[in-house]
Design a binder for this molecule. Sequence first.
Ligand code: 13P
Ligand code: SF4
Length: 336
Amino acid sequence: MKFTPDQFEKETDRLYDELQKAGWSREDCLLITPLTLEINALKKKQDAIILAHSYQTPDIMYGVADFIGDSYGLARKAMEMDCKKIIFCSVHFMGETAKLLNPAKEVLVPSVAGCSLAASITPEDVRKLRERHPDAGVVCYVNTTAAVKAESDASCTSANVVQIIDAMPQDEIIFIPDKLMGINMKKLTKKKIHLWEGTCIVHERFDEEAVKAIREQYPNAKILAHTECNSAIVDSVDMAGSTSQMVKYIAESSDKEFMLVTECGLTDRIKVEQPTKKIVGTCNLCPYMKEISLKNVLKALKNPSDDQKIEISEDIAEKAKKSLDRMFELEKSSSL
Ligand code: 13P
Ligand code: SF4
């Protein structure tokens, strides 16, 4: 594709306007300009939209994405979109979720990026758990494969986990696969919860002593944590929730300093979208989320490989979709 010097200049200006807030120089922006120009032009031509999770890098979020969000918000967005193609810049299970909700659309992921939670459990494991706890309903966190969702009664996300568990008809729930989130949820529900041993390799690495040290160093900072962190952290912070709930909390807060106990993409997002707020402390990188690059986004649009295309067999798709539909139904019935 050919672009004029004027188009180049304007695109670099547009990128620099946003990305400088996350520490990018104009030279950095100049380097990615040919890629973002081509991706955005192909997107229009192919009637495609790009969804990006909040853990993506700023060039993806502000260079090419149409929507940025958490797993819940992006799943809903995928359902609402009137387009032929969805490029999902995130880990594989989120692409699968978009495909389950949009079987008629082409859904592609730039990289076949995994997730330690999704990899921790198989459909066979779920069947065995059911045998062990025959009276329990199965709620799976959305960070699971479609095949695991197909074995579950309902899905949930970090944005609605307590609501879904409470709305299930059973008093006993098998919650898979995030053990730390399950321990956190146990304190918020009266139901008997059976857990699985999965953890997020990014959030399990945060340590409560480090969070305490930040509290002492920045006594005015509000501390926000993802509910995938351990309960010593979740119990000690000012707010715990999903990535989008954290974005909203900061936007509505009159405070000026925040620590985000989560993946670094969210820190970049706050820096760009809420530049008057100061982020203190450290964050952790998710190696899976960071597999996505402008280069593999371009490949997904231009010349996708088979593994970039999300395909789910009909029998699994039918059952897994029921687990997602159940989440939306339970959510509706419990908010009436
Ligand atoms: P959110 O649904 O909060 O975006 O979390 C997804 C995820 O993978 C967190 O590690
Ligand atoms: Fe999975 Fe954790 Fe990465 Fe989220 S941050 S995609 S839960 S490994």
